[in-house]
Design a protein around this ligand. Structure first.
Ligand SMILES: [Zn+2]
Length: 571
């Protein structure tokens, strides 16, 4: 009797585990049936049968050691899928796993922002351990050979799912059993990262001429939505920056190259070509190599380095080989509070510009990196709202933009040595405020256009350059994208326009002929040569006019900012 109760409880826990962690399974079956994808349906069903058998084999193995050894990874896999679903409302793909790995130093910050998902995920992990490891109370007499087979069976779905993902060039893991697919994806990601990621880059083949500038600054902000950064005098969020607006030529709203810090920054530094994406990302000389060949001293200021605790690890796919091309690296320590990082970054940039030599500076601001409340002072006791368009969250974001971008960009503009200096300002990606979605870094079909709508501006006092930039900004509204930045920098560094235009079909100095697109996921071609392109109309935020809905009370930086908005939903 006791055995029956025990095994009934175990089965009930297993069913609860499978149901909780495998959201989207029924919908997936429905899609496959509706679209009459019979082969996929057969493979998918067979894989699921195998997975169910494997879960039972592990959970009903007579050895407590075998049950516990499988309970740990299977429960962790299910809990990770469950937690991700709470945060994003969908499941993760292999590219998400690669993104997580590349941004693993951000785990603490992400955890704080998505803290509501942590507790339930731990509970689901506990449920998984209990369901799989608890004794069933049943006793079968089976041969030792069958016991061994039973112990090994859970490895089979892990291998099968990995094979499907390889065959489908990184996709194909949708609605696969979550007790196994996260393990397959993690193993595959580790393998792909460990092999084939870093191949030697080409040397600079173009002949540098006379540079058009003495100093060139590439200021890459963090998580900055285009509609929160404005040069309109007296605007609500960036009024101080707007006061210095006369030096800036505004190409925004524009579209970032990617929707995640790591890929966007990688594409900027690797001089990505829109028409030849994967090959250019993997093989092109880096921005540092071009700058050095043109006679510039190279400077990298990383305001986010303090979050990297693994010794020697560089951000955003930077390798030691790439770093060797940088003359002066400034990594801001973790003893600086997050809200002071951009002040420190600007101080260093001003100092570097004041030296008066020929210099190229690439700076990664801290901007509005989540958790937003950390990016302005006086928020230590403030509760941030949940991710999404919660008023408290938007208020914290607004305050972060005001403190970390408005003030600091105003100071940079006001105090810089403008003698021969040209600056480009943009952000690595935007921010999506839809509730129940990731703010950025989503994959494949989950990408929201707001993840890629960013500011893009150029400042210079050189009248000839101003005339050209102004004409392009005026003639191509809504067409600017990160892919126009590399060719612009090359010409400013002194490379011949004809050489540059032979490689790139757009430039902020000449024309922007294409509808902008961002690219997500596999920019390195780890699984195939077709990364996912997403057309984005950067003007769509103008229709929702988010920021005009925000009325700020107070507004003294450091003071809590009250925020009201109408009932219109933010995107
Ligand atoms: Zn970012």
């Amino acid at each position: 009797m006791k055995a029956v109760l025990l095994s009934a409880a175990k089965v009930a826990l297993l069913v609860a585990l499978l149901v909780l962690t495998n959201k989207g399974l029924v919908a997936r079956f429905q899609v496959l049936i509706d679209e009459q994808r019979l082969v996929t349906l057969v493979v998918f069903s067979a894989l699921w049968m195998c997975a169910l058998a494997a879960v039972l084999a592990a959970a009903f193995h007579p050895s407590p050691v075998v049950r516990t050894v499988w309970a740990l990874p299977l429960a962790a896999a299910g809990a990770s899928a469950f937690g991700y679903h709470l945060v994003q409302g969908s499941e993760f793909f292999i590219f998400d796993v690669l993104n997580f790995w590349a941004a693993r130093h951000e785990a603490g910050r992400a955890m704080a922002f998505y803290s509501a998902a942590v507790g339930p995920s731990i509970l689901v992990f506990g449920l998984g351990i209990a369901a799989i490891a608890m004794p069933s109370g049943l006793s079968f007499s089976v041969s030792p050979r069958i016991r061994v087979a039973q112990a090994l069976l859970p490895a089979v779905p892990i291998v099968l799912i990995a094979l499907v993902v390889i065959y489908r060039e990184g996709k194909g893991s949708e609605a696969m059993p979550k007790q196994f697919s996260p393990i397959s994806l993690a193993a595959l990601a580790a393998y792909k990262l460990g092999t084939g990621m870093y191949v030697p880059r080409d040397p600079v083949a173009l002949q540098p001429g006379r540079p058009l500038v003495r100093a060139l600054v590439m200021m890459v902000d963090e998580s900055m939505r285009a509609d929160f950064v404005s040069l309109d005098p007296g605007n609500a969020v960036t009024p101080a920056f707007a006061e210095e607006g006369r030096r800036w030529i505004d190409f925004g709203p524009a579209v970032s190259s990617g929707n995640c810090s790591n890929i966007s920054n990688a594409m900027l530094r690797f001089m990505a070509e829109r028409r030849n994406l994967v090959a250019s990302v993997v093989k092109n000389p880096t921005i540092w190599q071009y700058a050095k060949a043109a006679g510039f001293r190279t400077v990298f200021i990383d305001a986010q380095a303090g979050f990297i605790t693994v010794y020697g690890k560089l951000q955003n796919y930077m390798t030691p080989t790439e770093a060797a091309w940088i003359d002066d690296i400034h990594k801001l320590d973790d003893d600086i509070p997050a809200y002071s990082l951009d002040d420190e970054l600007v101080r260093i940039a001003l100092e570097e510009l004041a030296r008066g030599d020929r210099v190229f500076i690439y700076a990664n601001k801290n901007g509005a990196h989540f958790p937003y409340i950390n990016n302005a002072p006086g928020n230590e006791a403030v509760e941030q709202g949940p991710p999404g368009d919660d008023p408290a969250t938007l208020a914290a974001y607004t305050k972060a933009v005001r403190w970390s971008t408005d003030r600091t960009m105003a100071r940079l503009t006001k105090e810089a040595n403008w003698d021969g200096t040209t600056m480009v300002y943009t952000a690595d990606h935007g921010q999506n405020f839809s509730t129940g979605r990731l703010t950025h870094c989503s994959s494949v079909t989950n990408v929201n256009p707001n993840e890629g709508i960013v500011p893009l501006m150029v400042a210079t006092e050189d009248q000839a350059l101003r005339d050209r930039l102004t004409a392009v900004a005026r003639n191509y509204p809504g067409k600017a994208s990160h892919f126009a930045i590399a060719p612009t920098l090359l010409e400013l560094m002194g490379y011949a326009p004809s050489d540059v235009s032979a490689i790139y079909d757009l430039s902020l100095l000449s024309h922007l002929p294409n509808e902008p697109q961002l690219v997500s996921d596999d920019i390195f071609g780890l699984f195939g040569t077709r990364p996912n392109w997403h057309p984005v109309d950067p003007r769509l935020q103008a229709d929702t006019a988010d920021v005009s809905l925000l009325e700020l009370d107070g507004g003294i930086p450091g003071e809590p900012v009250g925020l009201h908005r109408s009932d219109a939903r933010l995107n």
